[in-house]
Each structure stands twice: as structure tokens, then as C-alpha cells.
Design a protein around this ligand. Sequence first.
Ligand SMILES: NC(=O)c1ccc[n+]([C@@H]2O[C@H](COP(=O)([O-])OP(=O)(O)OC[C@H]3O[C@@H](n4cnc5c(N)ncnc54)[C@H](O)[C@@H]3O)[C@@H](O)[C@H]2O)c1
Ligand SMILES: O=c1ccn([C@@H]2O[C@H](COP(=O)(O)OP(=O)(O)O[C@H]3O[C@H](CO)[C@@H](O)[C@H](O)[C@H]3O)[C@@H](O)[C@H]2O)c(=O)[nH]1
Length: 449
Amino acid sequence: MKISVVGTGYVGLVSGVCLAELGHTVICVDVDTAKVDQINRGDSPIYEQGLDELLQKNLGTRLTATTDLERAVHETELSMIAVGTPFDGRAIDLSFVRQAAEMIGDALKTKSAYHVVVVKSTVIPGTTDSVVTPALENASGKKAGADFGVGMNPEFLREGDAVADFMRPDRIVLGACDSRSHGVMRQLYEPFTSANILSTNSRTAEMIKYTANSLLATLISFSNEIGNLCKKSGEVDVAEVMKGVHLDKRLSPIGENGRRIVPAITTFIEAGCGFGGSCFPKDVKALIAYGQSLGESMSLLDAVIRINREQPGQIIAMLKKHFHSLQGVSVAILGLAFKPETDDMRESPAIPVIHTLVEQGARIHAFDPVARNEAKKLFGDAITYAETLEDALADSSAVAILTRWDAFKRLPRLVQAMHPQPLVIDGRRMLDKKDFDRYEGIGMGERSL
Ligand SMILES: NC(=O)c1ccc[n+]([C@@H]2O[C@H](COP(=O)([O-])OP(=O)(O)OC[C@H]3O[C@@H](n4cnc5c(N)ncnc54)[C@H](O)[C@@H]3O)[C@@H](O)[C@H]2O)c1
Ligand SMILES: O=c1ccn([C@@H]2O[C@H](COP(=O)(O)OP(=O)(O)O[C@H]3O[C@H](CO)[C@@H](O)[C@H](O)[C@H]3O)[C@@H](O)[C@H]2O)c(=O)[nH]1
């Protein structure tokens, strides 16, 4: 199938490259000439495991990039809109989606063959039907359903695992205005014979995406609230508590052989220093705003966001337990991006942690295996940036782990060689307390083993 993907950010580029790998012919379109040129050189503008290899493998044969949206629409059967939908504090900003739809509609004006337009961006329920479809109809002078198809296909990939998630989807949600559009959209994913495909209307597809992210964010804030309580209640460890809770057969069913089926919920229950990234904070806030615009209080999701906003403060509180003042204290911060395997700093818990520590006079030596350049754009000279884990630890009085990078598992050996050992603050509960002289873990009560 011939596909054009409009927007070459995380979602657009990963989708375009992976669809080409599946055998489709893909034209990636972006308004950003520098990005387009970079893609055409075989160099991905984003850091994502395995993406460069697949890009280089398919480039020039099944994959090309361009700024010429009109040509891309004319040469393909389906266009995917994968542009940003930032949250402006009150509602999601649909200007990029609207603009992309108008540009596609303009191109459809001079195209006689049937074309399907699919929204892949995360948009609030009703957007595809009441914003995208009218924009396409007005610009093209044609009628949705009769002259062209429209659909909504939310994306569930995780940054850092985006290629693997796209290539092995656990579900594909297809919303569309009619069965013809549904049929064309199904062809996109024909190679995925074992994925669950849920066909519905666009409004439901839009709601599924927000609900999925809101549930995961809720699980995290729930674990963090319980973790903060465990921390204060003595010999209690949130990791053990969650294990005990999730052995409930209603959460982790038992199969016919008497063994547990893959536990239903084993992830997103890890207490930590909070969730970040370009999706959870934005999507939960957007759903709250949408719900409140319809008269719903959305109080549960409001609490999810409030707990998350306060959670990085746990790192500061643990440090303050050990240092009378943070003035002049040398702190190694490990992990700057919002999670491992990405250089994405958007809404990273490291941002409030570092700003607070700098305000209180601490000296920060920060290390992240891939996010150093992105972090420099945010913190400039206010902190120093280590090249290696060893370099970050040198002369530190405290070490705070903010993301779960595998590389940080070397920490016990490195810390044990230091005299005196720095205080270790484990914001992701990835290390063993027993390996350190002085250790504080999120959600781990004072005297827990
Ligand atoms: N990042 C993720 O992990 C993720 C996962 C699932 C869903 N989403 C959703 O997917 C959407 C895109 O997110 P992203 O992170 O890929 O965004 P992004 O900001 O990384 O990329 C958007 C791209 O669209 C381009 N663009 C804007 N207007 C354009 C136009 N008119 N024509 C062509 N290109 C245009 C921009 O130049 C940019 O390259 C958002 O709605 C987001 O919520 C993101
Ligand atoms: O038990 C956990 C799991 C995650 N996190 C944090 O949650 C955030 C988000 O993590 P993750 O979900 O792995 O990353 P994203 O790339 O933001 O992916 C989410 O957001 C995407 C964009 O909508 C969706 O497509 C994905 O399905 C959804 O998992 C990160 O800051 C993690 O540190 C925790 O604190 N505890």
C-alpha cells in the first residue's frame, strides 16, 4: 500500500519507517526542512533504539521524506496525520492538526482517486469528526464518506521501545466514518496476524487512547501515594506491598494448570519519583479539561496529576533527612530524561529536582547516557555534565537515581570503592539497600530490610 505520513516526530517517523519495513511504500512529510534533509541522509532526528537501522534499510526504496505534501498525497492512497497536539493549560492545541488537514484537503481538490485520511495524533473525542473532517471537506470541496474516507488510529508506542512496540502491537484500534475507510485502514496492518484489532467509530478510538494513558498514570500515582505512606510507616516496603496486592487472582489470574497466567498488572505499579514524558501529563490534563468542559469534576484524575506534581519533592525530602542544609553539597544526578533509553526531557521529574537543588545551593554533577545535549538546553551552566558514571560520582556526597537505566546497576561496585561512601537516593527502586552504607529508597520505610 502507498502511504503518506504527515509529521515526522516520534510517532510519524517511527510509524513511517515501520510501515516501510512491513512492505508498504511510505512518503514522510514535514514542514521542517532540516528534519526532512536529515531523514533523507539516513540519520534519524530522534534517538530511538533500532530506528536508524530500519531507516537506512528502507530509505530510497520503500521510504522517502519530503516537504511537498501535495505530491505525497497525490502519490499515495492513505495519509496519516501525526503532528503534535500540545496542551496549552486549558485545552489541547489543535492548530497543527487543523493545518495538516487543510493542507491534505487542498491536495485532495486535484486528486480524483479515492483517498483515506487517518488521524494518528492523540486528540480529544470528537476531533476527527468535528474538526478534521470539516477541514478536509472545506479545503477539498469534496464529501467525506463519498469522495474520501476518514479514520482515527491512536498510537500506543512507548518512547525508547517505539520500534518494538510498533512492530509487535498488542492491540490496534481503528475508528472510521464508514466500512470502506475501515477496510482500507485494515490493509495497513495486514501483516500483524495475531494482534487484536478493535474496529469502532473515531470518537471511541479517541477516547480509548486517553483512557489507556489515564489508567496507567493513575496506577503510578496510586503506587506513589501508597509508597509515600510506606516510607513513613516503619518496616514497610512498597515493592513488597505491591507484590502482595497483585498476587490477587483477580489481578493476576491463575490458568488451568494452576500456574499464574502472565500477571495482568505487573507494570505501572512501581513507585518512583513521578511520571513524565510527552504523553501522560499532557493526556491526563487534556482529558480532565475535556471532562470539565462537559460538567464532570474529573476529581480522580485531578488527584493523579497533583500527586505526580508533588512526587519529585520526595527526592529533596530524602536528601534533607541527611543534610542539615544543601548549600554546597555535591549531588550526582543519574538520569535526566523522563525515562531510560530516550533523550526526551519533556516533563522529566529531573527538571523540578534539579531546579530545587540549584535554588538551595547544591552543586549538581549530572549524568545520562543519551540526554546530555538535551539537558544542556534546559539547565545551561547551572549544573555540570559528566561524561561517565564514574565521572558523575567523583567527589559526590550524595547520588540520586532518577531513571532506571541498566547502566546504573554498576553503582554498587563504584560506590563501595569510595571512602566515605556517598548517600544513595534510589528514586526508582532499582538497587539493593544491602549494597550501600547509606541508602534511601522511594517507598521504603525506615527500618525495612
Ligand atoms: N511521543 C510519543 O511517544 C507518542 C505516543 C503516542 C501518541 N503520541 C501523539 O502523537 C502526536 C505526535 O507526537 P510526537 O511526539 O510525534 O510529536 P513531535 O512534536 O515529536 O512531532 C510532530 C512533527 O509534526 C511536524 N508538523 C507540524 N505541523 C505539520 C504540518 N502541517 N505538516 C507536516 N508536518 C508538520 C513537526 O514539524 C514535527 O516534526 C501527538 O498527538 C502525541 O500526543 C505521541
Ligand atoms: O511503574 C511505572 C512505570 C512508568 N513510570 C513512569 O511513567 C513515565 C512514562 O513511562 P512509559 O509509559 O514507559 O513511557 P511513554 O513513552 O510516555 O509511553 C506512554 O505514553 C505513550 C504516549 O501516549 C503511550 O503510547 C504509551 O502506551 C504509554 O506507556 C516515565 O516517566 C516512567 O518513569 C513510573 O513512574 N512507574
